[in-house]
Design a protein around this ligand. Structure first.
Ligand SMILES: N#[N+]C[C@@H]1[C@@H](O)[C@H](O)[C@@H](O)[C@@H]2O[C@H]12
Length: 448
């Protein structure tokens, strides 16, 4: 008996990204990207892992799609590798790259699986980084050129388009903390990068509208529910600042057409506020059809005099955690969804990522009994269900991730997949969580 039934047209899917699963990093005309470069530098990645081979999905995509079919998964979010299409980032087109993605899309459609494409999932062509990357306004235009070609090639086949994945991570982890490609550590540069990424987003949405395509387009943000460590004035202010830093800076720009005043004031005082015009904000505010959100955990923060630049630090609570060290806090998903619904005009929302890394073991029967992942997914889907019951326009859920894959700075040490990947043999083992999720999809809801 289905105890928690989701709306009839609810989208159930899984998600991946190009650099994390494709491999074939230098095959068939693909150009170098910033993650090829960043992973080639010793010390950047856990045990110097890289995505040169990854899950070899570039060659194994058909058998992987067969697994999606076997599990009854009817929606698949993946990203296109920009450097496979434009090896130099612009200009010369690599036809073999286009042919690969056409084969992939057609193979999905042949199995009744709807593609959702992310245009940018962090893998900037290195040639563009060499001219300043996202700090250079030319890259904004090159992104539009790349998107236009993708819309021309695949716009009639693909119903859901996501311009960018997690601009906060691209700007902060890649340009302020330096732990992601391209490894820059400068907050002023990071916020300039964030602004240009948002500009490129708005321009591409406007372009999509001009091409009279029939699908839906949006952006994916990594969002967290922010809690203050105590009710002290300083900690409450710290929570407001961190909410502005991680959530509101992007949400307000995209959905309200202006950066939040409190954060503009703070960034100006810190001399890290990027330059921007009213015209920029109009472009960024181009209407989107849905907001994609990636939710993994909440953030509990406190005032910290020594924490540059925001004087805010995160608490590491002694609560159940995933293998990433992230607190398991399903209620945060409900809080986030309700907050978005109330503060952003009830916009349609897709959960474009939610899932967990755990230290999966293949048992003596050759199975992966990942009850811990099932528990994580169950609890988060229950919160999503509660949010829908309370009026949130939640339209779908893409589980992260379909396959174990290259987990960025953590390399292959963290397994997020519902399908286990043996990287030595490229053998796939369907985990118990995949069969559980298959039942959720079949029942369009959760039993028990
Ligand atoms: N970490 N972690 C897991 C997952 C990452 O693998 C995705 O590529 C990102 O979109 C997002 O950060 C979430």
């Amino acid at each position: 008996m289905v105890k928690y039934k989701f709306p009839d047209d609810f989208i159930w899917g899984v998600a991946t990204s190009a650099y994390q699963i494709e491999g074939a990093y230098n095959k068939d005309g693909k150009g170098e990207n910033i993650w090829d470069r960043f992973t080639s530098i010793p010390g950047n990645i856990y045990k110097n892992h890289n995505g040169n081979v990854a899950c070899d999905h570039y060659h194994l995509y058909q058998s992987d799609i067969n697994i999606l079919k076997e599990l009854g998964i009817k929606n698949y979010r993946f990203s296109i590798s920009w450097a496979r299409i434009f090896p130099d980032g612009y200009g010369k087109v690599n036809q073999k790259g286009i042919e690969y993605y056409r084969r992939l899309i057609n193979a999905l459609l042949d199995k009744g699986i709807q593609p959702a494409i992310t245009l940018y999932h962090w893998d900037l062509p290195q040639e563009l980084q060499d001219i300043g990357g996202w700090t250079n306004k030319k890259v904004v235009d090159y992104f539009v050129e790349y998107a236009e070609l993708m819309f021309k090639e695949f716009g009639d086949l693909v119903p859901i388009w996501i311009t960018h994945n997690e601009p906060w991570v691209v700007s902060i982890l890649g340009h302020a903390w330096g732990v992601h490609a391209p490894g820059i550590k400068d907050y002023k540069i990071a916020l300039k990068v964030a602004h240009n990424i948002l500009l490129s987003h708005g321009k591409v949405v406007k372009l999509y509208r001009s091409m009279s395509l029939k699908g839906k387009i949006g952006i994916t943000l990594n969002l967290s529910s922010i809690h203050s460590a105590t009710d002290s004035e300083k900690d409450l202010l710290a929570a407001k600042i961190y909410d502005g830093f991680m959530n509101r800076w992007f949400l307000d720009a995209i959905l309200k057409g202006s950066y939040p005043e409190d954060m503009k004031k703070l960034y100006n005082e810190l001399n890290i506020l990027p330059q921007f015009s009213d015209d920029d904000m109009k472009i960024i505010n181009e209407r989107i059809d849905f907001l994609g959100i990636n939710y993994y955990t909440r953030s509990v923060v406190k005032y910290d005099e020594n924490a540059y630049p925001l004087k805010v630090s995160m608490l590491d609570l002694d609560n159940p955690k995933t293998d990433m060290g992230w607190e398991i806090y399903p209620k945060g998903l409900y809080e986030l969804l309700i907050n978005l619904h109330k503060n952003y005009d009830g916009i349609d929302i897709l959960i474009t990522e939610n899932g967990a890394a755990f230290n999966d073991i293949v048992n003596y029967k050759g199975k992966v009994v990942d009850d811990y992942r099932i528990d994580y997914l169950y609890r988060h889907l229950l919160e999503a269900y509660r949010a829908i019951c309370d009026g949130v326009n939640l339209k779908g859920y893409y589980l992260w991730s379909f396959l174990d894959n290259f987990e960025w700075a953590e390399g292959y040490s963290k397994r997020f997949g519902i399908v286990f990947v043996d990287y030595n043999t490229q053998k796939r083992i369907i985990k118990d969580s995949a069969y559980w999720y298959s039942d959720v999809i079949k029942n369009n809801g959760i039993t028990e």
